[in-house]
Design a protein around this ligand. Sequence first.
Ligand SMILES: [Zn+2]
Ligand SMILES: [Zn+2]
Ligand SMILES: [Zn+2]
Length: 148
Amino acid sequence: MNKETDGKQRTYRNSRQRQAILTVIQNGHSHLSAEDIYEQVRLVYPRISLGTVYRNLDILSEQGRIHRITFADGKSRFEVADDHHHHLICLLCGSIEDLPQCPMDPEMKQYISETGFQPVKHQFEIYGYCNRCQRRDCCPLHDAKQQL
Ligand SMILES: [Zn+2]
Ligand SMILES: [Zn+2]
Ligand SMILES: [Zn+2]
């Protein structure tokens, strides 16, 4: 096999793996981590590495096909980009809830255009404590049960 065909085959395999990763994100219940995606893609491509998954997630989010949600501790979750929305993220359990409202209103857009800045995308995530975690905190008994 000459070098060129080898290269082409590699590109082909890469794009199929990338498509498989995208499919997992599209079919996923919501907000998958790279590890979640890796576990599922491995069912189809048992020899894929976590590094390859990371690299493809980078490429897909650069292409704007997926949306990366970054946690306070630097961890990321992924979802398809076509549905624009924002998130409530729990700092304790890591649960994510979708927020249908977008804070980019005409006033904000006007302000940004006056600065001369050309926006490409934006993120808006609210960090805090979910209902369940708050209830857990105020009840030590419940806390103890959780640890059993
Ligand atoms: Zn929580
Ligand atoms: Zn979401
Ligand atoms: Zn928005």
